[in-house]
Design a protein around this ligand. Structure first.
Ligand code: PNW
Length: 482
């Protein structure tokens, strides 16, 4: 039997199929076993910050249901599970090591290995200890050094069993949404602090990569949320300039420091009025550019960009809850995101699977030192119907996932070195400022009973994994179809 994606691709040997979550979105147990507030606990408690006042306090109670959740992953046939550790659980207040918090992750890793599932660990998925925020948060350079202490703690506890280490998930969100637009915790709307947060998260990444490498880690990387910047009219200089600005702030200010050890010249120029030069110390860029072993790419939608006022109703950059967002596009507040009239998910994000192929191929062309890529998040929120028998026939999500997997297949055929794909998300969960109103899971969670039910998309993904796996074994020596 040959293993084909809808595009006819043979998946490379060892291609990893997984699913992803994040600590603050699933664990709950906000103050259990010594954990203290993260910025998301504090932010969500403040009225008006999240839709319906939802908080991560209980989430989907994964902290108490972890063994059953791992059993579910095994039933689905996942190769790998991408999760994050909570800084506020491991070092409450950022102060000192909490052995009980670390023990939870140690049990999780054992449970995964026992089930034959590869643990894929992310150190920072946005849950800074609130006490560190009160000391200035990511606008304070010292936070990068505090991060190193935390990374060291997690490595000491799990470095013998975890091979894949991701420093940051989507620093764009935890800097520009958290300190710029204010729709994410800590909810600050301070452009200079946002720019400082970008640099200090880069620095924390570089310090951790260097240190964990010294301690023997073999697979170190970072996950970025990247998006093609497509000018509305490529012959209109105003749209071209808007697309350049977007590409700088969304993609290149994150990619270039990590992969080239330097900020792009145009970003440096654009961000000078917001203090970027002031926060870069001698030697920082060498630390930040430390070689990595993989790049995680999170992708949900791409962006049509214009420099003109929008007349189309836009394509879903409203940012969340009822809170009035500032722009995360520091110095480029005028850019707009016209609608292309494509189908949209419940996040109002336009669905365009081929954008993922383009992005993966582009990265290989533009970054000569690009390490192997993993799609570490891709998925969709829809308003699921639950039938009387409890089943969830989520056809749109199923189609979204299979179409994006096919797009990854086409990128591989075109030569992109992509080695894995993780669906966001394993479980319905706390969708940040949207609270529990947006469901991304391939497994439904009943928020009253915490019961889990595999959705049709989960079953389809599971069948896809089984077929891809038997195919790649059967065609071990067969080159990808071009
Ligand atoms: C990612 N945007 O966040 C995160 O890594 C997940 O924790 C989250 O649940 C998932 O995507 C779905 O939202 C994003 O504004 C937040 O384009 C915002 C955007 C994209 C991704």
């Amino acid at each position: 039997m040959t293993n084909t994606t809808p595009s006819g691709n043979n998946w490379p040997d060892g291609f990893i199929w997984g699913s992803a979550t994040a600590a603050a979105q699933i664990e709950g147990a906000a103050w259990t076993d010594g954990k203290e507030d993260s910025v998301w606990d504090a932010f969500a408690r403040t009225p008006g910050n999240t839709l319906n006042g939802d908080t991560p306090e209980t989430a989907v109670d994964h902290y108490h249901r972890m063994p059953a959740d791992v059993a579910l992953m095994k039933d689905l046939g996942l190769d790998s599970y991408r999760f994050s550790t909570s800084w506020a659980r491991v070092r409450p207040g950022g102060r000192s090591t909490n052995a009980r918090g670390l023990d939870f992750y140690s049990r999780l890793v054992d449970e995964l290995l026992e089930a034959g599932i590869l643990p894929w660990l992310t150190l920072y998925h946005w849950d800074l200890p609130q006490e560190l925020e009160e000391a200035g948060g990511w606008a304070n350079r010292d936070t990068a050094h505090r991060f190193l202490e935390y990374a060291d703690d997690v490595y000491s506890a799990l470095g013998d069993r975890v091979q894949h280490w991701t420093t940051f998930n989507e620093p764009f969100c935890s800097s520009l949404l958290g300190y710029g637009s204010g729709v994410h915790a800590p909810g600050r709307q301070e452009p200079r602090a946002a720019v400082a947060a970008v640099h200090h998260q880069h620095l924390a990444h570089g310090l951790a990569v260097t240190h964990l490498r010294d301690r023997g880690a073999q697979q170190l990387g970072i996950t970025l949320n990247l998006s093609n910047a497509i000018p509305r009219d490529a012959s209109d200089p105003v749209d071209l300039e808007a697309a350049r600005l977007f590409d700088s702030l969304q993609n290149r200010i994150f990619l270039d420091p990590i992969l080239r050890g330097a900020y792009p010249e145009d970003s440096l120029r654009d961000l000078e009025p917001f203090g970027l030069h002031d926060v870069i110390f001698p030697g920082d860029m060498e630390v930040i550019g430390a070689p990595i072993d993989f790049l995680g790419v999170n992708h949900y939608h791409d962006d049509l960009i214009s420099g003109h006022p929008d007349t189309t109703g836009g394509d879903g950059h409203s940012g969340g809850s009822g809170r009035q967002p500032a722009s995360p596009w520091i110095g480029a507040e005028h850019i707009t995101f016209p609608s292309r009239g494509l189908p949209r998910t419940a996040m109002d994000w336009e669905v365009n699977p081929d954008g993922l192929r383009k992005l993966l191929v582009r990265l290989g062309k533009e970054y000569p030192t690009l390490p192997p890529l993993y799609v570490t998040e891709n998925g969709a929120a829809y308003d699921d119907a639950v039938l009387a028998d409890g089943s969830v026939p989520d056809e749109e999500r199923t189609q979204y996932i299979l179409d994006h997997i096919a797009a990854v297949g086409r990128a591989v055929e075109a030569g992109a070195d992509v080695r894995g794909y993780f669906v966001w998300s394993l479980l319905d969960n706390f969708e940040w400022s949207w609270g529990y109103s947006k469901r991304f899971g391939i497994v439904r969670v009943d928020y009253d009973t915490q019961a889990r039910t595999v959705k049709d998309s989960g079953r389809a993904y599971s069948r896809h994994i089984a077929a891809a796996r038997s195919g790649s074994r059967a065609t071990r020596s067969v080159a990808p179809v071009v």
